[in-house]
Write a protein that binds this ligand. Sequence first.
Ligand SMILES: *Cc1c(COP(=O)(O)O)cnc(C)c1O
Length: 230
Amino acid sequence: MSRAADIAAGLERTHKRVAEACAAAGRDRSELTIIVITKTYPATDVAILSDLGVRDIGENRDQEAAAKAAECAGLPVRWHFVGQLQTNKANSVARYASVVHSVDRPRLVRALDRAAGNEGRRLDCLVQVSLDGAPGRGGVMADGVSEIAGMIADAASLRLAGVMAVAPLEAEPGPAFAELARISGWLRKEHPEATWISAGMSADMEAAIAHGATHLRVGSAILGKRPYPG
Ligand SMILES: *Cc1c(COP(=O)(O)O)cnc(C)c1O
């Protein structure tokens, strides 16, 4: 099978899973956006995805993302940065990304605001929440979400879009995503515009949909098992 046919099949399988999970959860399919995570895969795959109608592409490493976004200039896609982000990469990310899912500390808010301002752009930002407190995977603990969200909301060149989380490695995703939905609920009382819940990957999208996810970050289910760890 050609690469395009492979990707089309992966995309179709994923759309079917999402539709079934929405039906099971009593949710409208239009509430869900699939972001295709293309890390480790080439720009030619992004072009295929774009031809298939995908408009949201995600990456988790700046170096790879910056190069790929440059190669894909002219394609009608939006770039989402979903990985842990060093402050010194903020300038680069602000050039190509429309959305940063992984904002988890005050220094990063300030760096992104400055960088987006320099580019004359406005960046959508999600507060990444750590659901298990595991070090090294990014995210702020629940009791720190309000502070980061407030800083984003007050930043001239950022827009607060909502929350993001990665399910814990060693636990059922359902309860973790339920906790994220609870956090999103009280955050929206302070910031009604913060409606996004970015949760759910290839292995756990059904649980995320059951618990209110609005944005899924799906890589391997569409593009295949990665040749090396992303
Ligand atoms: C790689 C990655 C994904 C996609 O993972 P799959 O299991 O391939 O669907 C989602 N979110 C983040 C933050 C990632 O790094």
